[in-house]
Design a protein around this ligand. Structure first.
Ligand code: CMC
Length: 426
């Protein structure tokens, strides 16, 4: 327990409040402020910039040093030596699998890749021009209507089956969203292919032609999945935990995570990067956009730059940049006009005083946006792919939450509305 204490004094109150201080295995100590409620006080932290909302042993981030660890393993080492499904196992179980455990895990995921045939009809309710995220958020929420047999959140086996179903079905659903939008038939999963390759097959395959694997692109796709797999208590993961704290079913909780991810300040950034590059349109216009990004009276921001937690560099971005170079070389499109704008922006932001001073480095979504565009993924699918990748993080945190005693999440507020007054009765 706590061997350190923080002491808090407040003007006008005689008492000195002694608050326990806890240390994790790494990272900043935390001050336990729970006793303050009983004293008629709340802590105030809009945006939760100083709040540790839970205990967790899944992922560790040191934003200042640019460190990201899953189960203690640096993201760079996982990206180099592991793959997405092995990282899924690590996030869910806290340890890397043995060769046998990995094989069993991969085989079990493969058994769940198809979605219930009835779900195909569900898509027909959407307009063809609907944003794929709006389809995905609805369809994933609807999974709870199809898979009743794994909804007991207090049963560890049910939680595990749910995790398998989500990991396996998200690529299928993501690809279905795309196929629906272009009016092509859904492609069934192919379990002879690796996870990422199977996703590309469901995106680009069709019944008239054999799908041809491109190992460089499949590897890049797997890396995008792996680098987005988890990121501690970000907005969408916190949303999943909060939704889960009420006892809501896991599929509904994941749908809430997808909704939170959608915004351009979070997962929507990869799509926003491409929208921004299109808006800039020509290298000659870059300067004008840089001026706007620096203007405090203009809400425009350079999408794909900056991060709430990383104040040095985003370690995922480093790996992604390397993959980005490999993909562009493989496809021979280094001279694509939009990619040229991206490269120039990257260079300016790394040198310009405004960005350097504020430590606004390119983040993972800057490079993943460029790779996805190069692979030929339509822009409106970018955030869908982020959601697919992050599902393992969400379900791992949801499962961790339910594996130990817990409480419903219920933040309080600093009330600034009218004081009590009587309803006018004439
Ligand atoms: N372009 C221009 N200025 C920026 C940017 C940007 N992208 N990001 C931050 N700033 C400025 C901001 O105006 C402020 O300046 P000043 O101190 O003069 O007022 C300063 O930098 C600090 O910004 P902040 O708003 O306090 O930072 P934050 O931690 O609240 O926001 C962020 C973090 C990621 C929301 C923000 O950097 C941003 O909007 N970036 C663009 C969107 C983006 O790429 N998001 C994806 C993040 S990575 C994927 C994920 O993990 O979800």
């Amino acid at each position: 327990m706590a061997d350190k204490k923080a002491r808090l004094t407040i003007d006008g109150i005689d008492e000195v409040f002694e608050l326990p201080v806890y240390s994790g295995t790494m990272g900043p100590d935390v001050v336990d402020v729970r006793a303050l409620t009983g004293k008629g006080l709340f802590t105030y932290d809009p945006g939760f910039v100083s709040t540790a909302a839970c205990d967790s042993s899944i992922t560790y981030i040191d934003g200042g040093k640019g460190v990201l660890l899953h189960g203690g393993y640096p993201i760079e080492q996982l990206a180099e030596n592991s793959d997405y499904l092995e990282t899924c196992y690590l996030l869910l179980n806290g340890e890397l699998p043995t060769a046998e455990q990995k094989q069993t895990f991969v085989n079990t995921v493969k058994k769940h890749t198809m979605v219930h045939e009835q779900m195909n009809h569900f898509f027909n309710g959407f307009r063809r021009d609907a944003h794929p995220m709006s389809i995905m958020v609805g369809v994933v929420g609807a999974l709870s209507a199809f898979y009743h047999d794994s909804l007991d959140i207090d049963d560890a086996h049910h939680r595990e089956v749910c995790a398998y179903r989500l990991i396996a079905k998200m690529p299928t659903i993501a690809a279905m969203c795309y196929k629906y939008s272009i009016g092509q038939p859904f492609q069934y999963p192919r379990n002879d292919l690796d996870y990422a390759d199977n996703f590309l097959q469901m995106m680009y395959g069709n019944p008239c032609e054999d799908y041809v694997t491109n190992p460089v692109l499949a590897k890049a796709m797997d890396k995008i999945f792996l680098l987005h797999a988890d990121h501690e208590q970000n907005a969408s993961t916190s949303t999943v935990r909060l939704a889960g704290s009420s006892g809501a079913n896991p599929f509904a909780c994941i749908a809430s995570g997808i909704a939170a991810l959608w915004g351009p300040a979070h997962g929507g950034a990869n799509e926003a990067v491409l929208t921004m590059l299109n808006e800039i349109g020509d290298e000659a216009n870059i300067e004008e956009f840089i001026v706007r990004a620096k203007d405090p009276d203009d809400s425009f921001r350079l999408m794909g730059f900056g991060h709430r937690v990383y104040r040095n560099f985003d370690p995922r971005a480093k790996v992604m940049k390397q993959t980005c170079d490999e993909v562009l070389a493989e496809l021979g499109i280094e001279n694509d006009p939009l990619l040229k704008i991206a490269k120039r922006l990257e260079q300016i932001a790394l040198e310009d005083e405004y960005f350097v001073e504020r430590k606004l480095y390119p983040n993972v979504d800057f490079y993943s946006g460029i790779i996805l565009k190069a692979i030929g993924i339509p822009t409106n699918m970018f955030t869908v792919i982020f959601a697919l990748s992050r599902t393992i993080g969400w379900i791992s945190h949801w499962s961790e939450f339910h594996s130990s005693p817990n409480k419903i999440g219920r933040p309080r507020q600093l009330y600034t509305g009218p004081t009590q007054r009587d309803y006018p009765t004439k």
